[in-house]
Ligand binder design. Sequence first.
Ligand code: SAH
Ligand code: SF4
Ligand code: F3S
Length: 388
Amino acid sequence: MPNQEPKKSYEFFAPKVFIRTFGCQMNVRDSEVICGILVNAGYKICASDREADIIIVNTCSVRQHAEDRVWSLIGSYKGSKIIGLVGCMAQNYKERVFQRDVNVSFVVGPQDIYKIPEILNKFTSKGFFERKVWEVDSPDRPEEIYHTGFFQDKDHAYVVISEGCSNFCSYCVVPYVRGPLRHRKNINILREIREAVARGITRVTLLGQNVNAYYDNSINFTKLLRQVNALEGLKEFTFFTSHPKDANIEFFQAICDLNKLNKSLHLPLQSGVDRILNLMNRGYSVKKYLALIDSYRKIVKGGLLTTDIIVGFPSETDKEFKQTCDLIKKVRFNAAYIFKYSPRPNTEAARLTDLLTKKEKEKRHKKILDLQREISNKLRIKHADAKA
Ligand code: SAH
Ligand code: SF4
Ligand code: F3S
């Protein structure tokens, strides 16, 4: 539950807003940011779409399936409510949202979420009504939006350390919808965590599409981890997501050394075959990945390791798929998120010929899921035995 109440003087008249969130943790944090700035502007956040005057859907474009869920949800809303489509799909579709669904009242991309109170004021005062795209392309978010003190959980906070991504993995829509990588200022990140701790937060997750590329003046990601570890009142923290091409021994050493940092690493592999990794523009080979996790496991003894895998990337042969399965057996991840390749607009991979049938992708998906489930279960039992 939100731990900040609307300002009392507004409470009686306050229009009620319901926010539904799809996608990654970055979107979860963005929805908190939207709640925080709306509460400060006199709106009330409510817990169900039925009681809301305004519904905001914070969306994800990473795979087709994520978008399909949003279209079907919005299609189910009828009547007099104001409906806003915000986040990554807003940036992806812009004014085409209105062609697709006449129920949507406004569209706001991820970089422009700070404009939402101003937009809603127009809708709610003097019967203003104009369907409009209020996207996109603001270069930077104003720093204040991260300091409203609104957190979904009582004792845990997500803290954005960098926005956007400039890696352009060939399958991925994120750089197109979130813009280039931008690092938040080191002092602002630390200030936000101190403020959270003052509100009773004890656990923090540092967020970015590629956290270990973080840089602000002389502060790199490892230094940031050391600074966060030193913050008084903070009990535990973690981070999400790291990229293998920016991982090194210094970084693993910090995971080992820092007493408040969780001993776990999510290091997306994506494929166990160099030819596919190249086509994906990932910037590392299987050999480099294996060397990295070998150092991680030597340095962070007992540290957990999780990953992401995409099956059915264009031109992936059955033999190559089996090589990825063999690698999964060899590495033994504690958990792996397995995704079926989904072609995304504008991306390089969408231009590659994709001859694999849906059925074949599903078959590969199921096979690798079953394989990983077995490994995860065995490791969980081993882990539990070790603790007992
Ligand atoms: N920035 C993070 C997370 C990106 S999205 C990272 O680089 O790890 C999370 C995961 O979704 C990716 O790791 C990838 O495995 C998957 N993914 C991204 N685009 C996809 C696509 N077009 N089809 C299928 N899976 C995709
Ligand atoms: Fe997408 Fe690659 Fe950036 Fe992750 S690192 S968000 S997969 S482009
Ligand atoms: Fe989805 Fe956007 Fe996150 S595309 S995965 S919500 S950055």
